[in-house]
Design a protein around this ligand. Structure first.
Ligand code: SF4
Length: 296
């Protein structure tokens, strides 16, 4: 189950691979974002109607540690469920002691570190000018020192930018200081528009080979998975509930839906038409969402 606590695309970065589009507000200024009572009510309702989630993931449509309420958010989730709380973050604000302090009650954290050279970091993540790579790495080291849960470090590889052997060697020199439990290599393969940013499987395996030995586990996420192939053979009756559930939880563009389902364009468009006969399907500024109630 996903929890989103910052407005859409308010982020410290504007990553070249971001599936949410361009950052609308690039900032390093942390802010209050939570109406505690409303959040608690919405959470309780979502937990009651969610069919057995595996965990509660704080991520969403911007950088969640920009919210000064992130600690409160984790505490409220833990008050209402025993599910593990997972935080997905770009790790850019952990150089600030209070940001680390506020996330220590999470069960696991998936921070990203896409590059260990300033040049590649700037090209891939396009950070706010107030953020340097050194601060990000120091923040991750501090996070490890103070956080006792699992840390799964995510590295997103972009073709020709941070996927070379030299890039891997630089990361291999830094990662042992961060001591993550696992490194997950991933790449922007799943959406058609971003697939051109993906390195070749050979480059990904070569990269993983350099990192192996620096951490207990290096995992390549998605290389052996080809969801498009698998889902194309699925029946519409199986794909429709996935789309409905997604659009009830959060707005999504057509491309987000293509990426989530792996369906070809024509089939996805037909399914959306069918869904709109039973549900109130709103489309605003390119985002689809399902509004509670039934279409008449
Ligand atoms: S950190 Fe995440 S939300 Fe922010 S720009 Fe990068 S991918 Fe998008």
């Amino acid at each position: 189950m996903g929890v989103d606590i910052v407005p859409r695309k308010v982020c410290t970065f504007d990553c070249v691979y971001c599936q949410l589009g361009k950052t609308s507000l690039k900032t390093i200024r942390r802010f209050r974002s939570l109406d505690r009572r409303r959040f608690e009510r919405a959470l309780v309702a979502a937990l009651a109607r969610s069919p057995k989630p595996e965990c509660v993931t704080i991520a969403g449509s911007g950088e969640p540690t920009l919210s000064r309420d992130i600690g409160t958010c984790i505490r409220i989730i833990k008050k209402h469920t025993r599910l593990p709380v997972v935080l997905i973050t770009n790790a850019s604000l952990f150089y600030r002691s209070e940001a680390v302090e506020q996330v220590t009650e999470a069960d696991s954290i998936i921070p990203s570190l896409d590059a260990a050279s300033e040049r590649a970091f700037r090209r891939v993540n396009r950070p706010h000018k107030g953020i340097g790579l050194d601060a990000v790495i120091k923040g991750l080291i501090e996070l490890r020192r103070r956080f006792s849960g699992k840390i799964f470090l995510e590295v997103m590889l972009v073709k020709g930018v941070n996927d070379s052997v030299r890039d891997a060697e630089r990361l291999a020199a830094v990662i042992p200081r961060i001591r993550p439990d696992k490194v997950q290599l991933t790449f922007p393969e799943r959406s058609p528009r971003r697939r051109e940013l993906s390195p070749s499987p050979l480059a990904v395996r070569r990269f993983a080979g350099v990192l192996k030995g620096t951490v207990p586990r290096v995992e390549i996420v998605g290389l052996s998975l080809h969801p498009r192939k698998e889902i194309r053979s699925r029946r519409d009756e199986d794909a429709a509930p996935q789309i409905i559930s997604l659009l009830k939880r959060r707005p999504a563009t057509f491309e987000d839906l293509e990426e989530a389902t792996g369906l070809p364009v024509a089939r996805l468009a037909r399914l959306l038409r069918d869904i709109s006969k039973k549900y109130i399907l709103e489309r605003r500024s390119g985002y689809f969402r399902i509004i509670p109630g039934r279409a008449t």
